[in-house]
Design a protein around this ligand. Structure first.
Ligand SMILES: *[C@@H]1O[C@H](CO)[C@@H](O)[C@H](O)[C@H]1NC(C)=O
Ligand SMILES: *[C@@H]1O[C@H](CO)[C@@H](O)[C@H](O)[C@H]1NC(C)=O
Length: 652
């Protein structure tokens, strides 16, 4: 393509001067970046330079590349000893593997000399042709390989972000990192209907190393984790408006950043991480859209943005959510993703909004189990016992609980087939668990005559309300000059329950949790002393069965989460509980008036501290072809999201 055919235009310019601070003491002028459109692709030019190219002014001015507001698109190649022949192949690989890079960045290519080697004049090696690229040799540079925009007047190069529309409504704020280790808003907007624009930097800038296993991995962060320089909302508008930006990033997220992860934005949570259903419960913010099936199913909560985004966007690798009573596992199940509630207390939750510190855990939603493994190892640090590089001795006892016993539906068939395949894979067998029966036979004396369901009926509701009232509501309510800040109906009704019970009920709830945990972790799923096995058994229950929960339904009044279910076991016992996507089933959608696909998933638990065993199991089962890595899209196979045409299609 000739240069004259290229389209490069400036759009939505914030300030035309990059990184300029005026000399006047009182005036501060800073660029917040620049948006451009290049061959119909929207890009954002970071305001933070990656460095300067040591090239003469004349060379810079003569580059055969289009120009906008003093910037030219260029490519930096910073690889040891790249020959010109290699170069062509390298650049075409980049265009295929990186969503930010396109061929047109190669009009001007700067090839860094290998360290210690004599400068090689690449330009001279190439016969000048009319439509040839400018290939310029530069001295060894620290600028990573990839596409950039070059400021011709200074020789400084600036990183490129590709802009995407958050059409699933998963984000609350779009962010870029600053050189000081903080974050600031991404000041760009691409076309979209009431949706944010998210920017992702080229993957080519990052190289995975032992210290940076997450280099370039793009992550969304649930809006209960505080980031340096960023205001948070916890899903509550008043909170966002009443409190200043945080002055530091909490250790859980910082561990991810230190391992190389690229934070692209904050994501929606149902309010104060309580369970809310789309759409009526979501008063302050509109609930995100689940991209699977008919596109109008509830995302589940509270890590709603996390699940919707990873299910919808191929350009996003992973999201950090949190799970107190199912807030990672629910969204993972209904959106066909891997998701984990980890063992309790693997990493500090300092600078994270609490629901109940006794039960809160930070976990991920992800498509690729290898990224899942790397992210857990990075965030949980020494508390994560990785088995990724060993051959585990998988436990052979597999408990099933409330599991289908016959394949009357397609979803039940998928679940049963999985259980059978798993049993074969570990050379083990399935044991249906009669929890109340086992409990009756071996329960501790302090439980008296109570069944499990009686003992734990109000435990969850008591812990989350009493603890959140003290830690979140009490400091929050007076923050608004004597007027009560607005709170959504669900957290309000739950806090109302907390107000109605005394401290004796809270103490009783702590005792009930402890009683059940001690019993379960000793009698049902104890750990074993062998590092390669870790857990005495695996434990399966149903995560999702392809059911429908459309978001246009009118619901009953919000209530208090009483009762006991399979999903509460890990909550009380502090054991890891992860979701594996298994497949999908067709169901008739009243939304599309058509059959659509809805995800089916299984929950798998192991003994406390055996998180690494479960991730390794996911990796091994994918390798064995027993489960498949889900894709982003309308189905787990990556089909189109309904009622959405990609910008690329509309241009044709
Ligand atoms: C953040 O601000 C608080 C309150 O002003 C202060 O106590 C704390 O030391 C600051 N922390 C950091 C890391 O700057
Ligand atoms: C659980 O507690 C609620 C509220 O006290 C009560 O209405 C319900 O009947 C209880 N259920 C069981 C199984 O004890």
């Amino acid at each position: 393509m000739a240069i004259s055919d290229r389209k490069l235009s400036a759009r939505a310019l914030s300030f035309s001067v990059l990184s300029f601070v005026a000399n006047l003491a009182s005036a501060k002028l800073a660029s917040t970046g620049l948006s451009v459109n290049f061959n119909d692709v929207d890009y954002y030019i970071s305001p933070f330079s990656s460095g300067k190219l040591d090239v003469s002014k004349k060379t810079l001015c003569n580059l055969k590349a289009p120009s906008v507001l003093g910037f030219k698109p260029i490519t930096v190649v910073n690889h040891e000893g790249v020959s010109e022949k290699d170069l062509t192949g390298l650049l075409s690989t980049w265009a295929q593997t990186d969503d930010v890079y396109q061929d047109a960045f190669a009009d001007a290519v700067f090839v860094a000399e290998s360290k210690g080697k004599k400068p090689r004049n690449v330009v001279a090696e190439r016969a000048p042709k009319k439509d040839s690229k400018s290939i310029v040799s530069v001295k060894s540079t620290k600028i990573p390989s990839g596409p950039y925009f070059l400021e011709v007047s200074t020789g400084s190069v600036y990183p490129v972000y590709r802009l995407y529309e958050d059409f699933a409504g998963a984000f609350v704020e779009s962010l870029i990192p600053t050189p000081e280790g903080k974050f600031q808003p991404l000041s760009a907007q691409t076309s979209g209907s009431a949706s944010l624009t998210i920017g992702v930097p080229s993957r080519l800038y990052y190289t995975k190393t032992a210290e940076k296993p997450l280099a370039g991995v793009r992550i969304g962060i649930k809006d209960i984790y505080r980031l340096a320089g960023v205001k948070g909302s916890n899903g509550n508008r008043a909170w966002y408006n009443l409190y200043p930006a945080s002055n530091y990033t909490g250790p859980a997220v910082q561990n991810l950043i230190d391992a190389g992860a690229v934070v692209v934005g904050l994501q929606k949570t149902s309010q104060f991480a309580n369970g809310e259903s789309a759409t009526s419960d979501w008063v302050d913010y509109h609930a995100p859209f689940n991209p699977r099936g008919d596109g109008y199913q509830d995302t589940s909560s509270s890590s709603s943005g996390a699940g919707a985004s990873v299910a919808a966007y191929e350009w996003l690798d992973i999201a950090l959510g949190s799970d107190t009573g199912g807030s990672v596992r629910g969204p993972a199940g209904v959106q066909g993703l891997f998701g984990n509630r980890p063992s309790h207390n693997l990493v500090s939750l300092d600078n994270v909004m609490p629901l109940s510190p006794t039960l809160d855990t930070p976990g991920f939603l992800v498509r690729d189990p290898q990224i899942w493994e790397d992210a857990q190892a990075a965030m949980y640090g020494k508390n994560y016992k990785s088995l990724a590089k060993t051959k585990p001795s998988y436990p052979t006892k597999i408990w099933t609980y409330n599991f289908p016993t016959s394949a009357r539906t397609d979803a039940q068939k998928i679940l049963l087939d999985f259980a059978d395949s798993l049993a074969k894979f570990v050379s083990g067998s399935l044991t249906p668990l009669n929890l109340e029966g086992e409990w009756a036979a071996s329960k501790p004396a302090e439980a008296g005559a109570l069944t499990v369901s009686q003992l734990l009926n109000t435990t969850y509701a008591t812990l989350i309300t009493k603890e959140q009232i003290e830690l979140v509501r009490e400091p929050f309510y007076p923050a608004n000059d004597g007027r009560r800040p607005f709170v959504n109906p669900v957290p309000l009704s739950r806090w109302g329950y907390g107000d109605s019970i005394g401290d004796d009920v809270l103490q009783e709830a702590y005792r009930a949790k402890l009683t059940f945990m001690s019993w379960f972790n000793e009698k049902i799923l104890p750990p074993v002393d062998d590092e390669k096995q870790c857990s005495s058994g695996l434990f399966l229950y149903v995560s999702s069965q392809g059911g429908q929960n459309p978001r246009n339904r009118y619901r009953s009044q919000p209530g208090v989460p009483f009762g006991f279910s399979a999903g509460r076991i890990s909550v009380y016992t502090e054991i890891p509980d992860v979701v594996f996507p298994l497949g999908e089933v067709t169901g008739f959608s009243a939304i599309s008036n058509h059959d659509e696909f809805f995800p089916v998933g299984v929950s798998v638990m192991a003994a406390k501290g055996c998180d690494g065993l479960l991730t390794k199991l996911a990796l091994d089962l994918v390798e064995a072809g027993i489960i498949k890595t889900p894709k982003a899209g309308g189905t787990l196979n990556g089909d189109k999201i309904l009622m959405r045409r990609a910008a690329e299609d509309l241009h044709q």
